[in-house]
Ligand binder design. Sequence first.
Ligand SMILES: Nc1ncnc2c1ncn2[C@@H]1O[C@H](COP(=O)(O)OP(=O)(O)OP(=O)(O)O)[C@@H](O)[C@H]1O
Ligand SMILES: [Mg+2]
Length: 368
Amino acid sequence: MSNTPPKPKPTMIEFRDVHKYYGEYHALRGINGTIRAGEFFSLLGPSGCGKTTLLRTIAGFEGIDSGAVLIDGKDMARVPANLRPTNMVFQSYAIFPHMSVAENVGFGLRRDPRSKAEKARAVEDALEMVGLKGYGARAAHALSGGQRQRVALARALILKPKVLLLDEPLSALDKKMREHMQVELIKLQRQVGITFVLVTHDQEEALVMSDRIAVMFEGEIAQLADPETLYRRPNSKKVADFIGTMNFIPAEVVGETGGQIEVQVKGLGRARLEAEQCPAGRGDAPVVGLRPETLTLLYPGQTTTERTVDGIIDEVIYFGDMTYYDVYLGGTDVEVRLSMRNTPGRPILEVGSKVDVAWSASALVLFR
Ligand SMILES: Nc1ncnc2c1ncn2[C@@H]1O[C@H](COP(=O)(O)OP(=O)(O)OP(=O)(O)O)[C@@H](O)[C@H]1O
Ligand SMILES: [Mg+2]
């Protein structure tokens, strides 16, 4: 075993100050960032923020007004879509219903000089890769939504692109099938090692699937980081609010010494925060953020080494495996949501109950 750290993966895609207008509308407003080779990368953001537009600038379906998009070190400005080392799987995975599954998958090999037998072999391999071995002769219209999705993937993968672009590929599937396909896609990506760029507006999907995520708002990347950093150390209130649930509590900065910041938090009291708990300010009024799972309800007789505050339960939301409680803190009008895992023998508490809530200063994030 060697102790040398893994080499950072080389860059596959680079955006250099990319701007794009649709007429007067400024759709991409200075996009910078890199996507590494072999990475599962997601573009995440609300509807209309420019995810599809950015993906299409990689594919070459959309020109840009200034800046540059590089793939594998090469400026794509003069490279048309059909000559780029990319392939796209669309949201409405347009498979050809009148063709067989094998004909669909082999469609991109029409002009490939290989023999018929070799192409048939490649189709079989691609189908096996997506878990559809033996489905080649089936009529494409006789497939379920999830199976069609996999045919579309096989059709893209058979062309061995360096980069696979996926625009909300799972949005048409029901929740169960979507979760199943998420895991399948992760496995597939690891197996083929191709760079995947996924567009999604579903933050859970992005967290589950990605090595790194670019969170976009209004044509800009607000934060580009790995899922854990985005979740634990969002760099703005807006990002924090978009990813998961975050309680925001008014706070006041009362002192700063040696990188530490002392805050007075309404309903909780004084807390000393490390510098890394205070991501770059974006003009948010001073508030602290606190995730629901970092707060704990104490049951009668239970003790803790964490700090506690008294509270009154205002709402109980039962989720089967979890219960969410909305609790007023310390006799104030500050209400937080906290989550508790349900275990046998742990009763669900009732609205109006007086409780103690444990919390820890290290779980706070300050936005100011
Ligand atoms: N061809 C076009 N002409 C004019 N405006 C466009 C065009 N395509 C997109 N837009 C606008 O650009 C913005 C970004 O669109 P885009 O499709 O990239 O959003 P998105 O993030 O993919 O949203 P969604 O999640 O709804 O798919 C939107 O405001 C959209 O209305
Ligand atoms: Mg879109």
